[in-house]
Design a protein around this ligand. Structure first.
Ligand SMILES: Cc1cc2nc3c(=O)[nH]c(=O)nc-3n(C[C@H](O)[C@H](O)[C@H](O)COP(=O)(O)O)c2cc1C
Length: 174
């Protein structure tokens, strides 16, 4: 089993998937990692739709301009439920923070299971709402394709372009 930092280093955005099914047990294990994520005030204001049927995946792929999305055997539609989220006194709604933590847990668990994943936020949310009949109280914020990486899958150049620590972290004061 990989240690957590090794797991984080091993994860990269996979945009090419093998023609290999993901078992229900593996999917459930990965979804469990999301379920265990912390949320503000423990409100858990998110929902995930698991899309596996080929026709639905194809319809969903029309909401994103890159054809590779349809090659993933599973696409998770990650939604917030803003009305159930904790709000700070100044009104800031924390639903997106909460679902982001859940998705991050999930992508790391997916990596451990040998699955590739990729965040997709540049999709047509209104069209996805229509295609999947997403209820009004939910807001689709990310698509996460999941599947075993294709043999040719590899990290792109952005993966190794992280800012140096001293550009990201200040000690004691700005
Ligand atoms: C919030 C968010 C939105 C993203 N949206 C997209 C997207 O719409 N399409 C895409 O191909 N990659 C998307 N990505 C993936 C990033 O481009 C990728 O994580 C980044 O370039 C670093 O590469 P790595 O994930 O391989 O380390 C997104 C990532 C995040 C965190």
């Amino acid at each position: 089993m990989l240690k957590i930092l090794d797991l984080m280093r091993a994860r990269y955005s996979v945009r090419s998937f093998a023609d290999r099914a993901v078992s229900r047990d593996t999917l459930l294990a990965v979804l469990e990692a999301a379920r265990l994520a912390p949320t503000a005030c423990n409100n858990q204001p998110w929902r995930m739709l698991v899309v596996q049927e080929p026709a639905t995946r194809a319809a969903l792929a029309t909401c994103y301009p890159q054809a590779w999305l349809a090659t993933a055997p599973v696409i998770l539609v990650c939604c917030t439920e803003p009305a159930k989220a904790w709000c700070r006194r100044d009104g800031k709604n924390h639903a997106e923070i909460d679902v982001t933590i859940a998705v991050d847990h999930l992508t790391l668990a997916a990596t451990e299971a040998g699955l590739g994943s990729c965040w997709i936020c540049a999709f047509d949310a209104a069209k996805a709402r229509q295609v999947l009949q997403i209820p009004a109280e939910l807001e689709p914020v990310a698509l996460i394709p999941l599947g075993y990486p294709a043999a040719e899958a590899a990290p792109n150049s952005r993966h190794s372009q992280r800012k140096p620590m001293d550009e990201l972290v200040q000690w004691e004061r700005f």
